[in-house]
Design a protein around this ligand. Structure first.
Ligand code: 5GP
Ligand code: ZN
Length: 115
């Protein structure tokens, strides 16, 4: 999608520190990390948010959560200590980039409730 920074990152048009890529997904380090490990996992396809998943996206959603999240958590060595997965969604959810992204955060003890 034109003027979407995460579409541009997925296409390599804006540089990022990629930690993973396959045919449908890219993961890269957050520009402003909120934990020692903070990566964003995005679909290459532009989907606005988790509220905009369509039936045709079921395989992609499963791929992100069944394959990519646990694999990256292992590779980034946050599996055993525990980690947090966050999807800020829409205005009240605090979403600032309107291309679906999964925050994968770890390496420190998280607090609850979120702000
Ligand atoms: P949101 O607030 O929408 O849940 O998260 C957007 C995230 O994207 C923020 O954590 C922000 O630091 C990150 N971000 C925004 N622009 C860029 C960018 O150009 N490159 C990278 N690597 N991260 C970005
Ligand atoms: Zn996009």
């Amino acid at each position: 999608m034109a003027d979407c920074i995460f579409c541009k990152i997925a296409a390599g048009e804006i540089p990022s520190q990629k930690v993973y890529e396959d045919e449908s997904v890219v993961a890269f380090k957050d520009l402003s990390p909120k934990a020692p490990v903070h990566v964003l996992i995005i679909p290459k396809k532009h989907i606005q948010s988790v509220a905009h998943f369509q039936a045709e996206d079921k395989d992609l959603a499963a791929h992100i959560f069944v394959d990519v999240v646990p694999k990256l958590a292992d590779e980034l060595k946050i599996s055993s200590g525990g980690f947090r997965v966050v999807m800020n969604t829409g205005k009240n959810g605090g979403q600032t980039v309107h291309h679906l992204h999964v925050h994968l955060l770890g390496g420190r003890k998280m607090t609850w409730p979120p702000g």
